[in-house]
Design a binder for this molecule. Structure first.
Ligand code: NAD
Ligand code: LMR
Length: 332
């Protein structure tokens, strides 16, 4: 139980009066879900943490709930408990879904995962339509449109509140660029735009902060490594799934940025795959400013190198097909 004998139980949770938020993780017993649950339990902006899965949710909940941090943890198992898991939530993170095995493309997951996202989005539309949603489930370029179509059908769609999590691409880009520059990755910030699959992942190496320059060979090699970082992990895990620990870290980092925006912090900027008018496509990942209601500003692409302009055309072509696939899944 939380608190100590000298403090009232409610006082213990509201101490300092700082805003704190109710967060649900759907797919919390998975290989991303478990470390993500641990990281969110450590986040001081979280007051209540709901852990939902179709398997093993009670075990993960019991385990995480023993951590002596502020968030109150509750577990929910199976479809009949989905509504209770979602009711009253401010932020919902969705790492539910089947992961890739060697030889599979993210798109091979579409049929299984689109159905999972549909069910979970229907629950959100019904029980917490004002929640901000962080979608992790692959193939992200198609599952975000699936969720949007579900929300549109339910009459609850708010483009500011649905965010596809592409932070792992940014995390990888920062790490790989820092390796080449020989600096600490925490000092590097690489915008990654487009989407979250192969050529749709477009790191803007001409816009790295702090400013630096690369040879054409370095640009080629870095772009290729960032686009295929996922395959490094899938192959190294040799059948045991895809990135989970770096992904949980990335999802927790992104969720923390959303919570800081929701609290009213100024200047919270992250890359995310959102409904956008930056290109002619209905969805695109760019830098966005996060605020009390989710995405409060979408930044333009900024000046691109010739290499990036060419890569952007390839990204847009593949993205258009993936987006259409998601829309089609619900409309037909
Ligand atoms: P996993 O199989 O270990 O975990 C998935 C969890 O989802 C399981 O616990 C499963 O029971 C649960 N689940 C299945 N159907 C559900 C439903 N209807 N409701 C609630 N929970 C349900 O997989 P993982 O390695 O944790 O990966 C999860 C997803 O995240 C995959 O789709 C993977 O491709 C994706 N992923 C995305 C990124 C990204 O950058 N966006 C990175 C890595 C992985
Ligand atoms: C990744 O980027 O590692 C994930 O999206 C997992 C995958 O299947 O590629």
């Amino acid at each position: 139980m939380e608190g100590s004998s000298s403090l009232g139980r409610a006082d213990c949770r509201a101490k300092g009066g700082a805003p704190r938020f109710k967060v649900a993780i759907l797919g919390a017993a998975g290989r991303i879900g478990q470390p993500l649950a641990m990281l969110m339990k450590m986040n001081p902006l979280v007051s209540v943490l709901h852990l939902y899965d179709v398997v093993n949710a009670p075990g993960v909940t019991a385990d995480v709930s023993h951590m002596d941090t502020g968030a109150v943890v509750r577990g929910f198992l199976g479809q009949p408990q989905l509504e209770n898991a979602l009711t009253g939530m401010d932020l919902v993170i969705i790492p539910a879904g089947v992961p890739r095995k060697p030889g599979m493309a993210r798109d091979d997951l579409f049929k299984m995962n689109a159905g999972i996202v549909k069910t979970l989005a229907e629950g959100i539309a019904k029980c917490c339509p004002r929640a901000i949603v962080n979608l992790v489930c692959n193939p992200l370029n198609s599952t975000v449109p699936v969720a949007v179509e579900v929300f549109k059908k339910a009459g609850t769609f708010d483009p500011k509140r649905l965010l596809g999590v592409t932070t792992l691409d940014v995390v990888r880009a920062n790490t790989f660029v820092a390796e080449v520059l020989g600096v600490d990755p925490r000092e590097v910030s690489v915008p990654v735009v487009g989407g979250h699959a192969g050529v749709t992942i477009l790191p803007l190496l001409s816009q790295v902060n702090p400013p630096c320059s690369f040879t054409p060979e370095e640009v080629n090699a870095l772009t290729d490594r960032i686009q295929n970082g996922r395959t490094e992990v899938v192959e190294a895990k040799a059948g045991a799934g895809s990135a989970t620990l770096s992904m949980a870290y990335a999802a927790a980092k992104f969720a923390d940025a959303c919570l800081r925006g929701m609290r009213g912090d100024a200047g919270v900027v992250e890359c995310s795959f959102v409904a956008s008018q930056v290109t002619k496509l209905p969805f695109f990942a760019t830098k966005v400013r996060l605020g009390r209601t989710g995405v409060e500003e979408i930044f333009p692409l900024g000046p691109l190198s010739e290499y990036e302009r060419n890569e952007l055309e390839k990204a847009k072509k593949e993205l258009a097909e993936s987006i259409q696939k998601g829309v089609f899944f619900i409309r037909n």
